[in-house]
Design a binder for this molecule. Structure first.
Ligand SMILES: [Zn+2]
Length: 129
């Protein structure tokens, strides 16, 4: 017995369309409050800091530092056939934490990385020697 198939389907809210379009162009987008300047990632439509809805899309910095990472051996549904992969939390120079697919095999905490996109995911890669 190979287990019971489990399927989950849902629609993402509109607020993410810009974000996905950005990834296709290699940009990582967040939203920024025009009043207080707080940056939201994942993007939000409302500023919970000053209670306004006056937010704009901004390109986030692609320079970051690995804060922590996990090697994924037990993969979620749809990723069963992937090799083990590494998911990192990277803090970029806007001070925003992003979850990224790490391309390096031997990452280190505090390592500097560059953020990129393959059109679907945020990727990151260090300057490995
Ligand atoms: Zn605000």
């Amino acid at each position: 017995m190979e287990g019971i198939p489990l399927f989950m389907k849902y629609e993402l809210p509109d607020v993410y369309k810009e974000f996905w379009d950005g990834l296709k162009k290699g940009e990582i987008l967040g939203t920024k409050c025009k009043k207080c300047g707080k940056i939201y990632f994942p993007p939000q439509k409302d500023c919970t800091n000053c209670m306004t809805t006056d937010l704009e899309w901004v390109k986030l910095s692609k320079e970051g530092t690995i804060m922590t990472y996990s090697i994924v051996k037990q993969k979620p549904q749809g990723f069963e056939n992937f090799q083990d992969y590494i998911i990192a939390i990277v803090r970029n120079s806007d001070d925003v934490d992003l979850m990224c697919w790490l391309l390096d095999k031997n990452p280190r905490v505090n390592e500097k990385v560059k953020l990129t996109s393959d059109g679907k995911r945020i990727l990151c890669e260090g300057e490995q020697k």
